[in-house]
Design a protein. Structure first.
Length: 425
């Protein structure tokens, strides 16, 4: 195989966006993906919300730039892309405080068109049963896409401008000589040389960079979603309430999640003793959002040690939490006008790569030189990936990054305690 200049490990949305920007800049790029298609793990299981509102302040500039790029991508490729905004819905007066604080955060982050609505304002955006809402917070900025198709299309655009994709191959090690990256070792193709490696492996990232002595505190948590048959009520914004979240596809189908009170599943394993003192406060703050699972059969000893990762890096998924989604569907139906029946066609679960502080790691390292990290997106990666692609490509080309990424350095985890994120996802 012809040696590329840059190897991107992982063909999720982040790796695919990096490959697109690198190839556009004329860099010979090879993407290596262990799955049999692009978007094998989190990216194709995402809800599809391209959200700016409700992001951590440090992420807002990335999210704004990313949305601009999503618009451009949608104009060049064939995937569902709806600029319908995002609506937080309060069903009870007590929830209005959460919306006020989200509103303050949005305005101080420069999102001046985000506005608080009374129940009439909410009903103008979504057909609701009388009295179902106490108010809302609406952002006109946000959009939605079909993630599975979007990641495939981004990869296709990358291929069109010269990026190559090697699917079904696992990278086992990043190779270094002296203090510089010189390539990767793979399971079936041996060593492949290059001058830069971009690690965009989602939950697989800690395992790969551990071979370089780097530690990235990530927990893999399983989040369930579902898709329903078409319903007759129509709305454009992505809806988020305490007990449900939903976006409506153009054909009327709903993509459903369990809302701000979602519960994610996490296998408990011996690996959880690493940095336990730092993770415990985070568990405590978000204890209502996490369901710990001690059920080890039939996953066996390897998962006792490594959590969702088996000995060679294969992932074990908890089963989807159908009861949680059924409850969300009932909750949504109870607020919509006419209380339509929501019939679920399929449930699925995806693994979110949660970091300790809920922020990603996006960094070009000095040691080893030539290593770029883009991982730990903590449930926000689909939305911001196109901007991350631009930042990573600039770093590889030795240019100043188009956006400030100082908050996303991996060094923050070694420098002491990091803040606990306010929201679970
Ligand atoms: C249920 C769910 C709903 C979500 N909803 C949203 C949403 O609405 N909006 C949003 O912005 N985000 C959402 N997210 C988060 C978003 O999906 C992720 O942040 C994003 O997909 C991360 O992309 P990635 O490319 O970093 O990771 P991934 O998509 O996981 O890609 C990493 C790739 O690396 C490959 N890989 C790993 N290790 C190796 C190796 N050693 N060698 C070769 N290949 C390897 C994997 O197979 C995988 O394909 C959601 C996530 C889940 C699970």
């Amino acid at each position: 195989m012809k040696a590329p200049s840059v190897i991107v490990v992982g063909a999720g949305i982040v790796g695919s966006c990096c490959a697109l920007e690198l190839a556009r800049a004329g860099v010979d790029t090879l993407v290596i993906e262990k799955g049999l298609s692009v978007g094998w793990e989190a990216s194709s299981r995402s809800m599809g919300s391209l959200r700016i509102q409700g992001r951590e302040p440090a992420e807002i500039p990335l999210a704004v730039e990313a949305l601009r790029r999503w618009r451009e991508l949608a104009s060049k490729a064939e995937f569902e892309f709806v600029e319908g905004g995002n609506l937080y819905l309060a069903e009870h007066d007590r929830e209005l405080d959460v919306l006020r604080s989200l509103h303050e955060q949005a305005v101080s982050g420069g999102l001046e068109d985000v506005r608080l609505l009374d129940s009439r304002g909410v009903e103008r955006l979504v057909p609701l049963r009388d009295g179902a809402s106490k108010g809302g917070l609406y952002s006109p900025y946000d959009a939605q896409c079909d993630p599975q198709r979007a990641v495939a299309e981004v990869a296709r655009l990358a291929e069109q401008v010269g990026a190559r994709f090697l699917l079904g191959e696992r990278v086992t090690e990043v190779l270094v000589r002296g203090e510089k990256v010189r390539g990767v070792a793979t399971a079936a193709h041996g060593s492949i040389m290059c001058s830069h490696v971009v690690v965009a492996c989602g939950v697989g990232t800690p395992r790969l960079i551990r071979t370089l002595g780097l530690e990235l505190p990530i927990k893999a948590v399983g989040v369930t979603q579902a898709e329903s048959r078409a319903v007759s009520v129509t709305f454009r914004p992505t809806l988020r309430a305490m007990r449900f979240s939903a976006r409506q596809r153009p054909d009327g189908r709903l993509v459903l999640g369990a809302g701000l009170e979602t519960r994610a599943d996490q296998f408990v394993s011996l690996s959880d003793f690493t940095r336990l003192v730092e993770w415990l406060p985070r568990y405590w703050v978000h204890r209502r959002n996490i369901r710990l699972s001690f059920d080890l059969w039939p996953r066996g000893w390897q998962y006792v040690r490594g959590g969702v990762e088996g000995r060679s890096g294969e992932l074990a998924y908890p089963g989807p939490n159908q009861a949680l989604i059924d409850r969300a569907a009932r909750g949504l139906s109870s607020v919509l006008a006419g209380s339509p029946e929501i019939v679920i066609d399929r449930y699925w679960i995806g693994l979110v790569d949660h970091t300790l502080d809920g922020l990603p790691v996006i960094e070009s390292l000095d040691r080893p030189a030539g290593l770029q990290l883009a991982a730990g997106f903590s449930g926000h990666g689909l939305g911001i990936a196109p901007a991350v692609g631009g930042v990573v490509a600039a770093a590889v080309l030795g240019a100043t990054p188009p956006l400030d990424i100082g908050a996303f350095s991996i060094r923050r985890f070694a420098a002491g305690r990091v803040p606990i994120p306010e929201r679970f996802i």
